[in-house]
Design a protein around this ligand. Sequence first.
Ligand SMILES: NC(=O)c1ccc[n+]([C@@H]2O[C@H](COP(=O)([O-])OP(=O)(O)OC[C@H]3O[C@@H](n4cnc5c(N)ncnc54)[C@H](O)[C@@H]3O)[C@@H](O)[C@H]2O)c1
Length: 346
Amino acid sequence: MHVLITGHLGYIGPAMIRALQAASHTVAGLDSGLFDGCQLEAPAVIPSRVCDLRDVSIDDLRGFDAIVHLANLSNDPLGTLDPALTHAINVDATVRLARLAREAGVKRFLNSSSCSVYGAAVEDWVDETTPTRPVTAYGESKVAAEKRLAALADDAFCVVSLRNATAFGYSPNLRTDVVVNDLVASARLRGEVRLNSDGTAWRPLVHIRDISQAFSLALTAPADAINGEVFNVGSTDQNYRIIEVAQTVAALMPDAELIVPPGAGTDRRSYRVRFDRVKRLLPAFSCAYDLKAGVMELIREFERVSLMSTDSSVRLTHLRRLLDAGQLDAALRRRSSPTGWRIERT
Ligand SMILES: NC(=O)c1ccc[n+]([C@@H]2O[C@H](COP(=O)([O-])OP(=O)(O)OC[C@H]3O[C@@H](n4cnc5c(N)ncnc54)[C@H](O)[C@@H]3O)[C@@H](O)[C@H]2O)c1
């Protein structure tokens, strides 16, 4: 298949490129490059288009068999930057992209959604049948996009939303605003496994290569088995309280001290998720990496790339820096950016 990956220059992008290439797909990317220059190292080279999602034209999409849609403002803190902008990119531009894709003859659209739609769960366990309870603009945007995308599904256009658990694992375009990566980076750089909350909240975790594997399988799964579906991506045995994540990191990095700040508040976002549906819809799917494997990988990789700081790996901090420097306008459009196709390093 010829697959367009939007947001290929982000954290999950490099793992997605590798997984799809390994499955013999040809891939191209489309990204506005919000995190250009944040990469720890330069990985694969693929044809790509520098373009804001909001400006995509039908001609950009012709000739692709499928779209893997990653380009979004990608977490809860980013949603606080400007909730209306989060809606404009994560919902309106996403739905517009899917409509144009359908018109352009693209057959399949895989949307990267998030278990953050469960938000402040009141149930002990949640699954795809549980009402969503998002508590952030980001979570709300994921719920709205899922609903509007599902309405576009028809016999010729297969639309699926994959609700990923919280991602972890090393990427050349690392994010340290996700809990596992944050705690390992903090242990390495400051000798502290420091929580921002009391650690009681539940989170499901999934490695970025396992997310990529799920997308790869969803590209070729029979359309009638998955069309219009929403399913969680992760593993039921990879739900943790945040304090357990911290304890795992501290046990594997014994020089670091585990710190729960006195008076730390409770994170309202707490959900323990079941992942049975993904096994039913994509029978070959299983998670190859657990938390311990992910932490050990990060320790090794941080040694190899000599991680010196997290200045560029916290999405909100980086965007605030670009806004303050006038390199982005208030709508997060680059003030000066080349457009058009190019072969580049991701
Ligand atoms: N990382 C996680 O824990 C996680 C979990 C669940 C779901 N997701 C979802 O997976 C997707 C990818 O996540 P990620 O961690 O790689 O995010 P990321 O922030 O690292 O990457 C997002 C990419 O999208 C691009 N982008 C953002 N807005 C754009 C726009 N308007 N036009 C063009 N490009 C734009 C950015 O430049 C960036 O390269 C997102 O949709 C995210 O919500 C991520």
